[in-house]
Design a protein around this ligand. Structure first.
Ligand code: FAD
Ligand code: FES
Length: 352
């Protein structure tokens, strides 16, 4: 099937069953994307002609209204015939310079019972430019991938920092906790994804409006990169950071955030726990609900949110209902690896 882009002369072919995003990337097109699993909405495009299907059902990252308006998610959509779509290609050179590089795990530091900070050293002759908020893929045997956000800021090029949460039984993360991974070698590919910080000046806004940063668990990693970038830039922006976790022991970046509060006078911080002990005197409940309790109307805010798919799905739905602008809602959903997700969906469909 042939897929043509309305705004350019470019087109690509998509095999039956292949996602449109995968087909476009294989054909060398740079299209915005992040989670690749239908949650974040970053790969939205408008379908102008033809028909698509969603083999795993309507994706979470697209509201029924958006579907009625002809929007589709390229990471989930499969072509049923030749298509014409309207989508912008990314043209900034820093967004498209994706590199595959070997690296060494220089240090590994336990940040919490199930979170490890990995510090990766790249070959000294290599540069690795990225935008604060982007992620990289660790390449496993047979080309399988595991995605992790870059927690360090672009100006600190000495070591790349990752915050890795242990997934019980996880092929990649579990083994990092079983034996000391220091000095181990990895192959990484990046930078990837469209989740990144957008300065108000990019939109031509003269005023620097307020921003909400919402992190769930290791969803704090890309937020840390953005915050440290803004501190380096001496940004004057008013930022409210909400960090959601289950219990006190899961607030793995609490002490670190308290330290950076001193360097960022216009940053405020609220940790929010959903399963806190009785001793906890701070906020309780779901992190996105705490944001809405403080800011019931979200017009005028830029929102950056990262975390597990369920949190991102609920946040997207509720924030839009409270006036958030879809163009100012920047979401990063920490999904399973695509091949793991496909396996789970196949298992579920054979059982039903
Ligand atoms: C864009 C992006 C950025 C990400 N950034 C980070 C990050 O900075 N830090 C971080 O800790 N994680 C991050 N993730 C999630 C991370 O990629 C997965 O947790 C990782 O792929 C798990 O790999 P694994 O080999 O250990 O587990 P796998 O072998 O892939 O999975 C084993 C089993 O664990 C379960 N599982 C897999 N992934 C998850 C998950 N995410 N949550 C819950 N259960 C799961 C499934 O049941 C699966 O069958 C990100 C994901 C995406 C898409
Ligand atoms: S990349 Fe398609 S919804 Fe996230």
């Amino acid at each position: 099937m042939r897929v043509s882009l309305a705004k350019s002369e470019r087109s690509f072919s998509a095999a039956p069953g292949q996602s449109l995003l995968e087909a476009a990337i294989s054909a060398g097109l740079a299209l915005a994307h992040s989670c690749r699993s239908g949650s974040c909405g970053a790969c939205r495009a408008r379908l102008l002609r033809g028909q698509i299907s969603y083999p795993y059902g309507p994706p979470l990252g697209l509201s029924p209204v958006e579907q009625d308006e002809g929007l589709v998610l390229l990471c989930q959509a499969r072509a049923l015939c030749d298509l014409q779509i309207d989508v912008d290609e990314i043209r900034r050179p820093q967004d498209v310079l994706v590199k595959r590089l070997p690296c060494r795990i220089e240090h590994a530091t336990r940040l919490a019972h199930d979170v490890l900070a990995l510090y990766l050293r790249l070959p000294s002759a290599e540069s690795f430019a990225f935008q604060p908020g982007q992620y990289l893929d660790v390449i496993l045997p047979a080309g399988r991938r595991r995605s992790f956000s870059i927690a360090s800021p672009p100006h600190d090029a000495r070591l790349l920092e990752l915050h890795v949460r242990r997934v019980a039984g996880g092929e990649f993360t579990d083994r990092l906790f079983v034996a000391n991974p220091e000095k181990g070698l990895l192959t990484i590919e990046g930078p990837l994804g469209d989740f990144r910080y957008h300065a108000p000046s990019e939109r031509g806004d003269a005023a620097i409006g307020p921003a909400l940063f919402v992190a769930g668990g290791t969803g704090y990693a890309p937020i840390n990169s953005i915050l440290r970038h803004l501190i380096e830039q001496r940004s004057e922006r008013a930022i409210s950071l909400y960090f959601g976790a289950r219990a006190e022991c899961d607030l793995y970046a609490h002490a670190h955030i308290r330290e950076i509060l001193g360097a960022a006078p216009r940053l405020s911080y609220q940790p929010v726990l959903s399963e806190a002990s009785p001793a906890w005197s701070g906020r309780r409940g779901l992190v996105h609900a705490a944001v809405l309790a403080d800011h019931p109307r979200l017009e005028g805010f830029d929102v950056y949110a990262c975390g597990p798919p369920a949190m991102i799905g609920a946040l997207r739905r509720d924030f839009l209902a409270h006036g958030a602008s879809p163009e100012r809602l920047y979401l990063d959903s920490f999904d399973y690896a695509p091949e793991v997700l496909a396996r789970q969906r196949n298992n579920a469909s054979t059982k039903s």
